[in-house]
Design a protein around this ligand. Structure first.
Ligand code: SF4
Ligand code: FES
Length: 248
């Protein structure tokens, strides 16, 4: 198929950006969306022009590095799918496709389709860990974990930190991401000793990074490639309220 791509080009944070039109010809339905960008870039390089800057790493939907807004929807709108796993069979010949970066105050643009998502790393630094002394490997069954808790913790741990939830939210809220990271550890026995401190510190870090407030619109859940549930936001709010009442 032949496609028309309108791609956001911007030299750096200081310069003005604009949508620039490119033709992608002979696109196979088996290609991923990022492979189409690779193809466009090969043609740009062959013509002596600057390739389009975009992020990717694993291209298997597990690292959270890729992230594009395609036709106005973070990750392109295919339920539970990252843009690196979005294949061209979901498009048709002659389609006109607009490609833009994540847009949020806390994610300053670096170049073209790449934004700085280190604000999410700073939230993790504030509490996304457990403190244990290392030593010999403990027996795997030494700490019993209720199945229902381990399943929920695993659901929360599926968050890959892509930031699509922020990009999709009109408040640019990071609550879905933060609630997944808080809940993943707070649900498990190993995370309980630092439970209160974790939720308070991570929410404080989230606010300090300039993310907006959650007004429960649900657009985050709709675009999340790991289908993280809004229930985790409710759980984090309960953990937060309890930590405040306990005064720590
Ligand atoms: S909650 Fe979902 S959309 Fe948000 S960072 Fe995690 S995986 Fe990405
Ligand atoms: S490149 Fe790793 S999730 Fe897309």
């Amino acid at each position: 198929m032949n496609l028309t791509l309108r791609i956001w080009r911007q030299k750096n944070a200081q310069s003005e950006g604009a949508l620039v039109e490119y033709e992608a010809r002979d696109v196979s339905s088996d290609m991923s969306f990022l492979e189409v960008l690779d193809m466009v870039n090969e043609n740009l390089i062959a013509a002596g022009q600057e390739p389009i800057a975009f992020d990717s790493d694993c291209r298997e939907g597990i690292c959270g590095t890729c992230g594009l807004v395609i036709n106005g929807v973070a990750h392109g709108g295919l339920r539970g799918t990252t843009v690196c796993q979005l294949h061209m069979r979901h498009f048709k010949d002659g389609d006109e496709i607009t490609v833009e970066p994540w847009r949020a105050r806390a994610f300053p643009l670096l170049k073209d389709l790449i934004v700085d998502r280190s604000a999410l790393d700073r939230i993790i630094q504030a509490g996304g860990f457990i403190s244990v002394n290392t030593g010999g490997a403990p027996d795997g069954n030494a700490i019993p974990v209720p199945k229902v808790d381990s399943d929920r913790a695993m659901d929360a741990a599926a968050c890959i930190g892509c930031g699509a939830c922020v990009a999709a939210c009109k408040n640019a809220s990071a609550m879905l991401f933060v609630s997944a990271k808080v809940s993943h550890l707070n649900l498990l026995p190993q995370g309980k000793p630092e439970k209160n401190r974790r939720v308070l510190n991570m929410v404080k870090a989230m606010d300090a990074q300039g993310f907006g407030n959650c007004t429960v619109l649900g657009s985050c859940e709709a675009v999340c490639p790991k289908e993280i549930s809004l229930d985790f936001i409710a759980k984090m709010n309960r953990d937060y309220g309890s930590a405040i009442l306990k005064g720590r």
